[in-house]
Design a protein around this ligand. Structure first.
Ligand code: PNS
Length: 160
Protein backbone atom coordinates (compact mmCIF):
# COMPACT_ATOMS: atom_id res chain seq x y z
CA UNK A 1 0.00 0.00 0.00
CA UNK A 2 1.63 3.21 -1.17
CA UNK A 3 1.05 6.28 1.00
CA UNK A 4 1.88 9.94 0.42
CA UNK A 5 1.75 13.07 2.53
CA UNK A 6 0.51 16.45 1.32
CA UNK A 7 1.71 19.00 3.89
CA UNK A 8 0.91 22.68 4.10
CA UNK A 9 -0.43 25.63 6.05
CA UNK A 10 -3.92 25.47 4.46
CA UNK A 11 -4.99 28.85 5.88
CA UNK A 12 -7.52 28.11 4.38
CA UNK A 13 -7.72 25.25 1.85
CA UNK A 14 -8.32 26.52 -1.70
CA UNK A 15 -9.60 24.88 -4.87
CA UNK A 16 -5.98 24.81 -6.00
CA UNK A 17 -5.06 22.65 -2.98
CA UNK A 18 -8.10 20.48 -3.66
CA UNK A 19 -7.05 20.01 -7.27
CA UNK A 20 -3.63 18.72 -6.10
CA UNK A 21 -5.30 16.50 -3.47
CA UNK A 22 -7.52 14.90 -6.14
CA UNK A 23 -4.56 14.28 -8.44
CA UNK A 24 -2.45 12.76 -5.64
CA UNK A 25 -5.36 10.63 -4.38
CA UNK A 26 -5.48 8.97 -7.82
CA UNK A 27 -1.78 8.13 -7.73
CA UNK A 28 -1.57 6.73 -4.19
CA UNK A 29 -3.56 4.20 -2.17
CA UNK A 30 -3.58 6.52 0.83
CA UNK A 31 -3.08 10.27 1.00
CA UNK A 32 -2.64 12.11 4.30
CA UNK A 33 -3.17 15.85 4.14
CA UNK A 34 -1.07 17.23 6.97
CA UNK A 35 -1.72 20.66 8.43
CA UNK A 36 1.39 22.26 9.94
CA UNK A 37 1.03 23.68 13.46
CA UNK A 38 1.16 27.41 13.18
CA UNK A 39 4.35 29.07 14.11
CA UNK A 40 2.98 32.02 12.17
CA UNK A 41 0.87 33.96 14.68
CA UNK A 42 -0.91 35.72 11.83
CA UNK A 43 -2.81 32.63 10.72
CA UNK A 44 -6.52 33.34 10.38
CA UNK A 45 -7.77 29.81 11.08
CA UNK A 46 -6.97 27.52 14.01
CA UNK A 47 -5.64 24.00 13.48
CA UNK A 48 -9.11 22.53 14.19
CA UNK A 49 -10.79 24.92 11.76
CA UNK A 50 -8.26 24.14 9.02
CA UNK A 51 -8.72 20.38 9.52
CA UNK A 52 -12.51 20.72 9.53
CA UNK A 53 -12.50 22.71 6.28
CA UNK A 54 -10.16 20.22 4.62
CA UNK A 55 -12.32 17.28 5.74
CA UNK A 56 -15.45 19.00 4.43
CA UNK A 57 -13.78 19.73 1.08
CA UNK A 58 -12.47 16.16 0.70
CA UNK A 59 -15.75 14.49 1.66
CA UNK A 60 -17.74 16.80 -0.67
CA UNK A 61 -15.36 15.75 -3.43
CA UNK A 62 -16.02 12.08 -2.59
CA UNK A 63 -12.37 11.34 -1.82
CA UNK A 64 -12.36 8.09 0.12
CA UNK A 65 -8.62 7.45 0.47
CA UNK A 66 -7.75 10.87 1.91
CA UNK A 67 -7.18 11.53 5.62
CA UNK A 68 -6.60 14.87 7.31
CA UNK A 69 -4.30 15.31 10.28
CA UNK A 70 -1.93 17.82 11.87
CA UNK A 71 1.76 17.84 12.70
CA UNK A 72 4.32 19.76 14.66
CA UNK A 73 8.07 19.59 14.20
CA UNK A 74 9.98 18.29 11.22
CA UNK A 75 8.02 17.21 8.19
CA UNK A 76 10.33 14.23 7.55
CA UNK A 77 9.50 12.87 11.03
CA UNK A 78 5.78 13.23 10.39
CA UNK A 79 6.15 11.50 7.02
CA UNK A 80 7.85 8.53 8.72
CA UNK A 81 5.26 8.43 11.55
CA UNK A 82 2.50 8.09 8.97
CA UNK A 83 4.29 5.19 7.28
CA UNK A 84 4.99 7.16 4.10
CA UNK A 85 8.09 8.19 2.18
CA UNK A 86 6.60 10.50 -0.43
CA UNK A 87 5.81 14.20 0.02
CA UNK A 88 3.43 15.83 -2.45
CA UNK A 89 3.77 19.54 -3.19
CA UNK A 90 1.88 21.65 -5.69
CA UNK A 91 3.75 23.82 -8.18
CA UNK A 92 1.65 26.67 -9.54
CA UNK A 93 4.27 28.67 -11.35
CA UNK A 94 8.00 29.04 -11.80
CA UNK A 95 8.03 31.44 -8.85
CA UNK A 96 7.18 28.51 -6.53
CA UNK A 97 10.06 26.46 -7.83
CA UNK A 98 13.08 27.85 -6.00
CA UNK A 99 11.64 27.48 -2.51
CA UNK A 100 10.14 24.10 -3.31
CA UNK A 101 13.40 22.84 -4.81
CA UNK A 102 15.33 23.86 -1.67
CA UNK A 103 12.76 22.29 0.61
CA UNK A 104 12.70 19.01 -1.35
CA UNK A 105 16.48 18.71 -1.29
CA UNK A 106 16.69 19.66 2.39
CA UNK A 107 14.06 17.09 3.31
CA UNK A 108 15.94 14.42 1.37
CA UNK A 109 19.14 15.49 3.14
CA UNK A 110 17.36 15.02 6.49
CA UNK A 111 15.97 11.66 5.42
CA UNK A 112 17.36 10.03 2.30
CA UNK A 113 14.28 7.84 1.89
CA UNK A 114 12.00 10.87 1.59
CA UNK A 115 11.16 11.85 -1.99
CA UNK A 116 9.11 14.88 -3.06
CA UNK A 117 6.77 14.66 -6.02
CA UNK A 118 5.48 17.88 -7.55
CA UNK A 119 2.04 18.07 -9.08
CA UNK A 120 0.80 20.97 -11.18
CA UNK A 121 -2.75 22.07 -10.50
CA UNK A 122 -5.02 23.00 -13.37
CA UNK A 123 -3.90 26.35 -14.91
CA UNK A 124 -7.08 28.04 -13.67
CA UNK A 125 -5.59 27.77 -10.16
CA UNK A 126 -2.11 28.98 -11.08
CA UNK A 127 -2.74 32.35 -9.44
CA UNK A 128 -4.81 31.14 -6.46
CA UNK A 129 -3.29 31.57 -3.03
CA UNK A 130 -4.74 31.44 0.50
CA UNK A 131 -3.25 34.86 1.23
CA UNK A 132 -4.99 36.55 -1.70
CA UNK A 133 -8.28 34.82 -0.98
CA UNK A 134 -8.27 36.09 2.60
CA UNK A 135 -7.57 39.61 1.35
CA UNK A 136 -10.36 39.50 -1.28
CA UNK A 137 -12.84 38.08 1.28
CA UNK A 138 -11.85 40.71 3.85
CA UNK A 139 -12.86 43.50 1.47
CA UNK A 140 -16.08 41.79 0.37
CA UNK A 141 -14.88 40.42 -2.99
CA UNK A 142 -16.29 37.27 -4.57
CA UNK A 143 -14.15 34.24 -3.72
CA UNK A 144 -16.63 31.56 -4.75
CA UNK A 145 -14.57 30.42 -7.76
CA UNK A 146 -11.43 29.88 -5.68
CA UNK A 147 -12.44 27.98 -2.53
CA UNK A 148 -14.68 25.07 -1.47
CA UNK A 149 -18.13 26.20 -0.27
CA UNK A 150 -17.40 25.51 3.43
CA UNK A 151 -14.52 27.99 3.23
CA UNK A 152 -16.79 30.74 1.85
CA UNK A 153 -19.02 30.43 4.93
CA UNK A 154 -16.05 30.17 7.30
CA UNK A 155 -14.50 33.34 5.88
CA UNK A 156 -17.82 35.18 6.20
CA UNK A 157 -17.93 34.27 9.90
CA UNK A 158 -14.39 35.55 10.57
CA UNK A 159 -14.06 39.12 11.74
CA UNK A 160 -10.64 40.32 10.62
O1 PNS B 1 1.68 25.65 2.73
P1 PNS B 1 3.09 26.02 3.06
O2 PNS B 1 3.13 27.18 4.05
O3 PNS B 1 3.92 26.29 1.83
O4 PNS B 1 3.74 24.73 3.79
C1 PNS B 1 5.07 24.76 4.25
C2 PNS B 1 5.36 23.53 5.16
C3 PNS B 1 4.41 23.53 6.33
C4 PNS B 1 5.17 22.27 4.36
C5 PNS B 1 6.85 23.64 5.61
O5 PNS B 1 7.06 24.88 6.23
C6 PNS B 1 7.25 22.53 6.57
O6 PNS B 1 7.46 21.42 6.16
N1 PNS B 1 7.33 22.83 7.90
C7 PNS B 1 7.68 21.87 8.92
C8 PNS B 1 9.10 22.12 9.48
C9 PNS B 1 10.15 21.46 8.61
O7 PNS B 1 10.21 20.26 8.44
N2 PNS B 1 11.02 22.32 8.06
C10 PNS B 1 12.10 21.87 7.19
C11 PNS B 1 11.63 21.78 5.74
S1 PNS B 1 12.97 22.09 4.70
Amino acid sequence: MKAAIFPGSFDPVTNGHLDVIKRAAKLFDRLVVLVAINENKNALFTMDEKKFLLKEACSSAGLKNVEVSGFEGLLVDAVKNFGASVIIRGLRALSDFEFEFQMALMNRELDETCETIFLMPSPEYSFTSSRMIKEIAKYGGDISAFVPSAVIDALKRKKY
